[in-house]
Design a protein around this ligand. Structure first.
Ligand code: HPA
Length: 242
């Protein structure tokens, strides 16, 4: 890609791979790069939103923080897709489940992302758009999770703009519609990928894989130690399909 830099990404000549893992926390991106990638180089430090490129089993892979919320992941993923030629974007994060049968540490793979965001209004659609993940990435992730014996759930998540909602029942109401878990980014990422696929004329694939950090119905939470183990399982699924 011809672009040297964007308002939020300045690689200074470092490469960005066609496949990228996207944790919310830039220090998680650093940890993933240092733990899993061979020969990682840093490609972004703008606003401390660290990004790295290396190889995983010989294949180029990047990893970059996105920050929290649809506005943040949307601008980073837009620039990665439109200015740096990224084609596979896999969000890796935590979520809170609103289903009684889903436990902390389970893996949730987002088939779709319902939302309460104004982000979709830009497309001018008369109706309600349902952002979906990539079937190619989704089916691959589900297959890898099954092969590894990882307890996982595939379905609809809810990308919420509000972490501290004034209405305490807001998230659990979404559970009554079968929503598996609450997070804050996937709908924007999936919409960007769908729009770019049409706009650019080649497939741009996006997926969200999550570890369940808390059960909102039961009030159970994971400890930082336990989160790390579950986190490793999720990252390995993402890298396997990368
Ligand atoms: N809400 C939104 N995002 C989250 C949550 C939650 O309860 N838990 C983990 N990520």
């Amino acid at each position: 890609m011809a672009t040297n830099s964007t308002p939020h990404i300045d690689p200074k000549g470092a490469p960005i791979a066609e496949t990228i893992l996207l944790p919310g926390d830039p220090l998680r991106a650093k940890f993933i790069a240092e733990t899993y990638l061979d020969d990682p180089v840093c490609f972004n430090e703008v606003r401390n939103m660290l990004g790295f490129t290396g190889t995983y089993r010989g294949k180029p892979v990047s990893v970059m923080g996105t920050g929290m919320g649809i506005p943040s992941i949307s601008l980073y993923s837009y620039e990665l897709i439109h200015f740096f030629g990224v084609k596979n974007l896999i969000r890796v994060g935590s979520c809170g489940t609103v289903q009684p049968h889903i436990d902390t540490y389970d893996v949730v793979i987002a088939q779709g992302a319902s939302h309460d965001s104004a982000y979709m209004e830009q497309y001018g659609l008369t109706g309600t758009y349902a952002p979906l993940s990539s079937w190619r990435l989704l089916s691959a992730a589900a297959r890898v999770a099954s092969e590894r014996g990882v307890t996982h759930h595939v379905g609809n998540v809810f990308s919420s703009d509000i972490f501290y909602n004034a209405d305490a029942d807001h998230n659990t109401d979404w559970g009554k519609m079968g929503i598996l878990a609450i997070e804050m980014e996937s709908a924007g990422l999936f919409a960007n990928a769908a729009h770019a696929t049409h706009h650019l004329g080649y497939p741009v694939d996006a997926l969200g894989i999550f570890t369940v950090s808390d059960n909102i119905l039961k009030g159970t939470k994971t400890t930082p130690q336990e989160r790390q183990t579950a986190f490793t399982t999720m990252i390995e699924i993402a890298l396997e399909i990368a």
